[in-house]
Each structure stands twice: as C-alpha cells, then as structure tokens.
Design a protein around this ligand. Structure first.
Ligand SMILES: Nc1ncnc2c1ncn2[C@@H]1O[C@H](COP(=O)(O)OP(=O)(O)O)[C@@H](O)[C@H]1O
Ligand SMILES: [Mg+2]
Length: 389
C-alpha cells in the first residue's frame, strides 16, 4: 500500500478538513463521509461517501467497503452502536467506541464526570416531562439552563430566569432535539467569570495538555477564541487533573476538547468532545502542532515531544447571514493585510450558506491575547460573502 494508514472520517466539516490535511501530510489515505456532497473535508480527501451516518446499515456498509485501519468521528450524530460492533471486530475507533457512545448524549458524559468520577459540575437533573422539568428547576434553582440530551451547537438550549418560562423551554428543547428521546438536562446556570477549552491529548506515552483556550459563545456557537486564557496555575492544575481523569476513563488515543467554567479559583467541568474542538481552531496559528496535527499523531502512535505556543493568538469566525447556494468571497487580500501581527485565514468552501453558518475563520498572532483578538476580529470582518449572482 502506498499509504501509512487508511482512515474513514465520519463527518466532513471544517474540523474534518483540517484533520484530513494533517493526516495526509503523514501519508494517510482518507475517505471523508457526510450527509451532503461537496463538504469541506471531502474537497481535500482521497475519496468520499455521501450517506446518513445515523443509518446503521449504511454506516456498517461503508466501513465494510473501505476496511479502514481507523474510524475517526468528527461529529456526534453517528450510530455509535455500529462503532462498538466494528471495534469488537478489530477496527480502531477513535478515540474509542466508549468515548463516542458516552459523549453522543449529554447524560452519558455527565454521569461519567459527576457520578463515576465525582468531578465538580453544575447541579443538574434530567427530565422527560414538564412535571419533571419543574421538579428539576426546583432542584437547581433559577436561573437554569435546559438542553436536550441529544443536541449540539446550542440547539434547543435555553436559559430560564423565571418559573413561567419553564414550559416554553421544555417545548423548545423537545422541538429542537436530535433523535427521538424526549429527555432534557436541567442545569444550574453557572455565573462563570470565563469559560475555557482544555485540549487534552491522550497518547501511548501519556496525557498531554495544550495551554487553556478562552472563548466567547453566542447562540450556542463560539464566536472567538484565544490562547492562552489567563488562568492561575492552581486553576490550570485542577482543570488538567479533571481532564486527565475523564480521558483516561473514556480511553483510546486522540485529542479531546474538555470544556470548563471558571469562577474565581473554582473550576467546573461542563462537557467534552472526544475529537478536535471548534474553539481549538486557534491552534492553527498558535502552536507548533495544531489540534489536528496532535490528533493525527496520537491516533497513528507517533511521538509528540513538545507542544509549544508560538505566541498569544486568537481566532474569529466568519458567519453567513442568509440562505444561499451561490457564493462568492472577497476581501481576502484585505483580511490578510491587517497589520499588528501575523494573520491567516481559513475559508471552508461550504457549498451552501444559511444564517449563522460558520463559513471561515480568521487567525491572529500578536504581542498579547487582546491584540490577537483585535486583529483576528478585524480580519474576520474583512472577509465578505456575496450571495447569489
Ligand atoms: N449551566 C450553564 N451555565 C452557564 N452557561 C452555560 C451552561 N451550560 C451551557 N452554557 C453556555 O452555553 C454554551 C453551550 O453549552 P454546551 O453545554 O457546551 O453545549 P454544546 O454541546 O451545544 O456546545 C457553553 O459554552 C456556555 O457558554
Ligand atoms: Mg460545548
């Protein structure tokens, strides 16, 4: 075989695209899968498959057809039972079938973190009816956050400040959940000072950490991220300790995006992705090895002698503002010419736009995180999307 390994990538968005590039540089053959053609990762992969990864038969057939060494999920919405079966048959699922199953639903990972491992989380209850939502909110207190257990990117999620909003929040969660389990998590609203993603790499030689990444969320999606996030050595050590416990429990090799809320010196575990994290796109400029390079090396069992920060850095997203399937970009030259530091841009070349869809990201490296955030935001604002003809 001309390749170092064969990878079946499940999910072909912008994170998958950067992962494909990293894996290709190490000589891998990558088949990119998703439910629509022309997805970002498909454009740079060796081959592609278009099918619903929630369909057990189609997923099983794709794995059987390609006989990959590694199945690498990029998204949560996958029929994870199939991954458990193929893992039992000897295919390596990244990072592990258990990790994909436990993080597919919010209640899975919450039970691992809060109950099995005893980590500090927000107070919470699950609810499968309006009555249980009311009881859940009585337990957590108000404000509380209500989220479908099956959802991502903030879909179906709302913050409730008064009891008369609970019914609407339950209805909204049920209407916007993925799958058919009418189940929500009612969480105490954490009035955090800031939130971080701790990129945690589980390798054959041990667990490694990237410097913490700060980020700002709106409508359930990240708008900008920066690295390093200002955080005390004690808080970093606490977060690393919790992250290590969770990734060791989930098992396998690869990168994990472990999310925490920080209030004062208190670090509260929130959730995690057993794969590269969107806020971690900042590492495309900030580190010697990006989160995608780290994922590829960890999966392939290659050494990671050091993770070094090149300098204070930031990423800022470029969002579409309408539905369109004819797109044109300009302003790229202006974006790349923003002064004050190093600038880079990633255009994802998604085939269609819809309101708030992430289409590109601008990256900045400067003398301070504040300066990096400023130039990244400035560059992002210069990338303009034109719709239609
Ligand atoms: N309990 C909470 N208290 C305060 N803010 C929260 C809480 N849960 C979620 N959030 C906010 O909403 C964002 C998205 O929630 P998260 O649980 O990470 O869902 P997703 O899977 O959609 O990323 C978080 O990054 C945070 O900004
Ligand atoms: Mg999250």
């Amino acid at each position: 075989m001309a390749f170092t390994a064969k990878i079946l990538l499940l999910g072909s968005g912008e994170l998958g695209r950067e992962f494909v590039i990293s894996a290709k540089r190490l000589g891998c053959q990558v088949i990119a899968c998703d439910s629509y053609a022309g997805a970002p990762a498909m454009q740079v992969a060796d081959g592609f498959e278009v099918f619903s990864m929630l369909d057990a038969d189609l997923l099983r057939a794709a794995i059987a057809r390609h006989q990959p060494d590694f199945v690498v999920p990029e998204v949560e919405a996958i029929r994870t039972e199939v991954l458990a079966d193929v893992e039992a048959e000897g295919v390596t699922v990244v990072p592990s079938a258990r990790a994909t199953m436990m993080t597919m639903n919010r209640d899975g990972i919450r039970e691992v973190a809060a109950v099995e491992l005893g980590l500090r989380t927000s107070r919470y209850r699950y609810a499968e009816s309006l009555d249980e939502v009311l009881a859940g909110a009585a337990h957590t207190g108000l404000p509380c956050v209500i989220k479908p257990v099956m959802s991502s990117s903030g879909k179906g999620q709302s913050t409730v400040r008064s009891a008369d909003q609970l019914e609407a929040a339950w209805d909204y969660a049920v209407a916007n959940m993925r799958g058919d389990r009418r189940r929500v998590i009612v969480e105490e609203f954490v009035d955090f000072d800031y939130e971080i993603t701790l990129l945690t790499v589980r390798t054959r030689d041990g667990v490694l950490f990237c410097p913490p990444i700060g980020h700002r969320q709106e409508r359930g999606d990240y708008q900008e991220s920066w690295q390093p996030a200002a955080m005390s050595a004690k808080a970093i050590a606490d977060a690393e300790d919790m992250a290590r416990k969770v990734v060791d429990d989930l098992g396998g090799y690869g990168i994990f995006g472990v999310e925490f809320f920080v209030k004062g010196e208190e670090v509260i575990f929130s959730e995690l992705s057993p794969r590269p994290h969107d806020t971690g796109m900042v590492t495309l400029i900030s580190q010697n090895l990006s989160e995608f390079d780290l994922h590829a090396r960890a999966i392939l069992g290659l050494p990671i002698p050091a993770i070094t920060l090149r300098g204070p850095s930031a990423s800022a997203v470029v969002l579409a503002d309408r539905d369109a399937d004819e797109l044109r970009y300009d302003g790229l030259a202006d974006a790349l010419a923003v002064p004050g530091g190093e600038i880079d841009v990633r255009i994802f070349a998604k085939p269609t736009a819809r309101p708030y869809r992430r289409m590109a990201v601008a990256l900045g490296l400067a003398d301070s995180t504040d300066a990096a955030r400023r130039i990244a935001a400035e560059a992002a604002a210069k990338v303009r999307i034109h719709y239609g003809d």
